[in-house]
Design a protein around this ligand. Structure first.
Ligand code: C2E
Ligand code: CA
Ligand code: CA
Ligand code: CA
Length: 278
């Protein structure tokens, strides 16, 4: 546990069942955080490996906790998921990301792809498709600017239902990215039946590219993605030599600390003005 002082959340660790009363408390904290507007999105650029231009951003959730400061998802997403509060939080993320896209458009900045992470409970919620569509409509977005990041395991969990939901969203132009690719259980046969646009190679492969097996695996993943006409993004790129290898293997884009950490909305806007396409 992190030494964050005398806060309730420090007792809770992923994989550990907090006592019922404590979980109720955390759930109440999360709902209050939503009402008080304490959540914020950070944006991490996704950069073209050939031109160096920013092609898109991934929205990453943070919680400005009044006592504990800036919390990352590992601190609160598991409880949010378990309690179901992730559904209204996820809805907020969709609206906030859409509002950011609308703001960039108003400022005449280049049109960007913005990806948001979708959780299990959110995808399974009967209101999911409508809540995505609502966000797009309220901000009059081009659906193609919005990308949903979903892990392969989650997609496979309820294949038929998910195929229908994502098919409806795809018809509105909304894109689908497979997150953490290579780490979950997936079936290529079923994967090919989803309207996928982007493959995100998990950072565990990227960070260990010096190992011959990993290099072969990443090479195969990139070749497959390119063969399926998908945009291939390598996650967690931290060094120049990782970038060099990925360039050699013709990976389209990279995301990671080598280019930039996740940025505040303001910093992302500044970057977009300087390094966007065109
Ligand atoms: P993810 O979707 O795999 O996101 C990538 C994570 O890698 C982010 O952690 C990001 O800050 C981190 N990262 C970026 N570049 C590097 C790098 O060069 N090296 C390393 N070691 N890490 C890097 P973060 O922001 O803490 O998010 C963790 C996870 O929380 C995400 O993993 C995603 O699964 C989840 N998450 C984030 N935002 C949301 C959200 O809005 N909704 C939901 N449901 N989940 C979210
Ligand atoms: Ca992600
Ligand atoms: Ca990921
Ligand atoms: Ca991950």
């Amino acid at each position: 546990a992190k030494s964050h002082g005398r806060s309730r959340l420090q007792f809770w660790e992923p994989g550990m069942q907090a006592p019922y009363s404590e979980r109720m408390q955390i759930e109440a904290d999360l709902r209050r955080a939503l009402a008080r507007n304490e959540f914020v999105l950070f944006y991490q650029p996704q950069v073209d490996t050939v031109s160096g231009e920013v092609r898109g951003f991934e929205a990453l959730l943070r919680w400005w906790h009044p006592q504990r400061g800036l919390l990352t998802p590992a601190d609160f997403i598991p409880v949010a998921e378990e309690s179901g509060v992730i559904v209204p939080i996820g809805d907020w993320v969709l609206r906030e990301a859409s509002a950011q896209l609308a703001e960039w458009r108003k400022a005449d900045l280049p049109a960007m792809r913005l990806s948001v992470n979708i959780s299990a409970r959110q995808l399974e919620s009967p209101d999911f498709v409508d809540s995505v569509m609502r966000a797009v409509q309220v901000y009059a977005l081009d659906g193609r600017q919005l990308e949903l990041e979903i892990t392969e395991s989650l997609l496979m969990r309820d294949f038929e239902a998910n195929a229908i939901k994502l098919g409806r969203l795809s018809a509105a132009g909304i894109r689908l990215a497979i997150d953490d690719f290579g780490t979950g259980y997936s079936s290529f046969k079923y994967l090919s039946r989803f309207p996928i646009h982007t493959l995100k190679i998990d950072q565990s492969f990227v960070q260990d590219l010096d190992r011959e097996e990993n290099l072969s695996i990443v090479n195969a993943m990139i070749a497959m993605g390119r063969g399926m006409n998908l945009t291939v993004i390598a996650e967690g790129v931290e060094t120049e030599s990782q970038l060099a290898r990925l360039q050699q293997m013709q990976c389209h884009e990279i995301q990671g600390h080598y280019c930039s950490p996740p940025l505040s909305g303001h910093a992302a806007t500044v970057m977009l003005g300087q390094h966007g396409p065109g």
